[in-house]
Design a binder for this molecule. Sequence first.
Ligand SMILES: NC(=O)c1ccc[n+]([C@@H]2O[C@H](COP(=O)([O-])OP(=O)(O)OC[C@H]3O[C@@H](n4cnc5c(N)ncnc54)[C@H](O)[C@@H]3O)[C@@H](O)[C@H]2O)c1
Length: 263
Amino acid sequence: MSAAAVPTAGVDLCDKVVLVTGGARGLGAATAQAVVDGGGKAVITDVLEEEGAATAERLGDAARFVRHDVTSESDWQAALDFAVAEFGTVDGLVNNAGTAAGRLLEHETVEHFRQVVEVNLVGTFIGLKTVIPLMREQGGGSVVNISSAAGLTGLALTAGYGASKWGVRGLSKIGAVELAEAGIRVNSVHPGMTYTPMTAPVGIRTGEGNYPGVPLGRVAVPEEIAAAVAFLLSDAAVYITGSELAVDGGWTAGMTVRHLRGQ
Ligand SMILES: NC(=O)c1ccc[n+]([C@@H]2O[C@H](COP(=O)([O-])OP(=O)(O)OC[C@H]3O[C@@H](n4cnc5c(N)ncnc54)[C@H](O)[C@@H]3O)[C@@H](O)[C@H]2O)c1
């Protein structure tokens, strides 16, 4: 199936309220769109105020935006309170906000490494911690943590990023085992290379054949990742917790014949 044919409204999220961090653009915006398309309500949070407000406006009355820095505990509580005030509760959390920059291990600075871990991993941890009491009280919920193919394999040039994404994967497992008895499911999604404002500057191109390094031969579009996230948020995934879902065109599955032949 080509990227253009991805159904974004195939999942039933009727009446579910989902908080999506980093939802102003890219994968987060596509996820918020999938939530609304599925009949749910999306609370988009981000540090990008103009883009966040514009995305929420585009999605209509089932979406709201609130400024939120995921590294701040008080911002997290305020974002959760905002969601509850606007839509009554929070059934789903997508820890999507993230930052990336490619650097060789030997050129990575301690300061930058800490910055990346702070947003990608500590931000995810605070988010999980913040929603637990509410989800416990209401008898359950679904948390989807956006890791990466770089959280499943050792990817060059990703010292801080890759380490943070492995951390997100591990934290998801811990959340899954600790929170199952409360009806809270926690899963991680591992996108491969996807065309978004994070990756566009490095010159990737969409379309068939433009990414021969992965089995499916192309980079993803955000809607393809969002469809997987929406599924995990939905009741169709009610028996799935602690799983790691690679949505990476086969990247982490192994080497292709093309690769083996050095083509
Ligand atoms: N694009 C890819 O190829 C790819 C691959 C694997 C994983 N991912 C992951 O997907 C997620 C979304 O990435 P994207 O490609 O859409 O990138 P993006 O840069 O378009 O979106 C990331 C969003 O997170 C927000 N953000 C950054 N720091 C924040 C903070 N401290 N508080 C709140 N929001 C913050 C940004 O403002 C931005 O809107 C990230 O976690 C990324 O690591 C992306």
